[in-house]
Design a protein around this ligand. Structure first.
Ligand SMILES: [Zn+2]
Length: 154
């Protein structure tokens, strides 16, 4: 199957995550808990030539995304769009955006941070910059860049 076929192949019901930065498709699948051996049917196209240069696309059949998952995708792929497909038609299309407050979805890199201690304190970050992504821990002030954020998504 060539790239072009993959690109146009339609799914009946599910989601299409488009405009993912090159090489990030696998990370998107990972944070959605999709790792191959079970669950939904997944079509992935990497390095597809799009209007604004190469991109990755992920199609997941019979799956929905909750807000938490969409927020996580925004951290990995701020340029992504999520298309909801029903009966082969896109019924809803929206661009993800980085939420202003990031609660409970990223682990603070500072091992001494109160959110990493035994006391159950939910992690919380403020967005200092969206592009490039920089988050700041509300509790210890540690700043995290996108690369670190991606590795620390819970
Ligand atoms: Zn912290």
């Amino acid at each position: 199957m060539n790239e072009q076929t993959l690109k146009v192949q339609k799914i009946k019901n599910g989601i299409v995550i488009d405009h993912i930065p090159c090489g990030m498709a696998l990370k998107v699948l990972k944070i959605l808990g999709i790792e191959g051996d079970r669950g939904s049917t997944v079509t992935m196209a990497m390095h597809v030539n799009g209007k604004n240069g190469p991109k990755d696309i992920v199609k997941i059949e019979d799956r929905n995304l909750d807000e938490r998952e969409i927020d996580k995708i925004a951290l990995i792929a701020p340029s992504a769009t999520v298309n909801i497909v029903e009966n082969y038609e896109v019924v809803k299309k929206h661009r993800v955006h980085v939420p202003m407050q990031i609660k409970g979805i990223v682990k603070c890199m500072n091992p001494k941070c109160i959110t990493n201690q035994r006391e159950p304190v939910e992690s919380e970050f403020t967005v200092l910059s969206e592009e490039p992504l920089i988050l700041k821990c509300r509790y210890c002030g540690r700043e995290m860049k996108q690369k670190d954020v991606i590795e620390s998504i819970i």
